[in-house]
Design a binder for this molecule. Sequence first.
Ligand SMILES: [Zn+2]
Length: 462
Amino acid sequence: MKQSSNGLPRRVRMQWMVGLATLGLAGCGESLESPVSEAGAREPVLTYEAFRAQAWREPDTGIYIVDGDTPVVDEAGLRALYQDYVRGADGEAVGTERAPLIVNRFNGADDQWGYTRQRNIPYCVSTAFGANYNTVVQAMAQAAAAWQQVNVRFQHRGDQDGACNATNNNVVFDVRPVSGQPYLARAFFPYQARATRNVLIDATSFGNTAPWTLTGILRHELGHTLGFRHEHTRPEARTCFEDNNWRALTAYDAASVMHYPQCNGSNRGDLSLTATDVAGAHAAYGPLADASFDTAFYLNNHGDLRNAFGATNWAAAQSHWATGGIHEGRRGAAHFDAPYYLAVHPDLQAAFGPTNYAAARDHWLTAGIAEGRRGSREFDVRYYLDAHPDLRAAFGTNYGAALSHWLNAGLYEGRRASPEFDVGYYLRAHADLMAAFGATNYPAAMDHWIFAGRHEGRRGAP
Ligand SMILES: [Zn+2]
């Protein structure tokens, strides 16, 4: 994130735009009032040497920082960016996309976390922040919460904070202090290797950054860590063009948390997610699980569907579930398994028959949850409340609230929810799974148990 140096500005000053790709195009560094008239007046295309000279190179990591806060890990990446800049400057390919939140592209594919990682993105916060450490911990948690409206989960690994550096492989990224940088903060994209997956916060972020807060700055940076690009690289911004290595997820949004206000953005307050940002993130990462169905779980664990529809075609997955999957008795969520539900509740089997899974699902939604019935081998709400006194104290016999807690928090905390399966035990007891998923990736361990481990005869509980 790069700050405007003269408030919210009548004129954008050249020095904001250290981003190399932005400098060669009309609009940047010029007045905001007449962008249309400037749009046709392109500046000469830079040579590669001049282009490279405008990039800021971080002394500690050696990587290039362009467009204010966007890292480019090596010179090959910089050359590729230059080619895009030249194409854009020549007027080809620009202006063809008309959709909003945009996801980075790398090697011909959307650059975003896969299903197994998106629900467990651990990070550390360096204790080197000193007096600012608690401030950063809280701001990161608040920024993460904003993005967790969709199906992603960041997880602060406080036990790693004392060794929070670029070589710590117990986290996906590290959050560390820097000083003297030309940015407030910078982040990374998912494709990058661990060594450059850092969120670096410059000391200036702890000074006066009004109207932005540190939380707002980090909301922007965490957007990058999920693969989202600067919204102002879209042609609609008419300035601050970066490159065309992105794919639109929604319509252009001048108020996006990913749009620099100083690039013809419309946001004049703190940096916050708009409804369009949330819609775009939904398109990339999928909806949250509901009371009987988990779209991402369904699409990613049934290989035939994933192959047929693609890994992020949520609408196709939902349609398949409603018209086919539920009737076939396919598994649609960890917390609800229609064949199991009928099998363990003889009254329902007597009422509906042994294979009327849609009726079983309807019963679960309209009565079973509230009655505290067991929904799957892995989720038994009465066991869940009995095993966790804090939840019993909070929810009593409100089984619907207990289910919501498990869906939104308990699974991610590794809380046991069944006499027959303990997800925390399962992950800790199997070193191969720990190595594959990470020490705290409970959602991935849950899926592994359901679709593989149980059938392999692995032990699921102590
Ligand atoms: Zn940025």
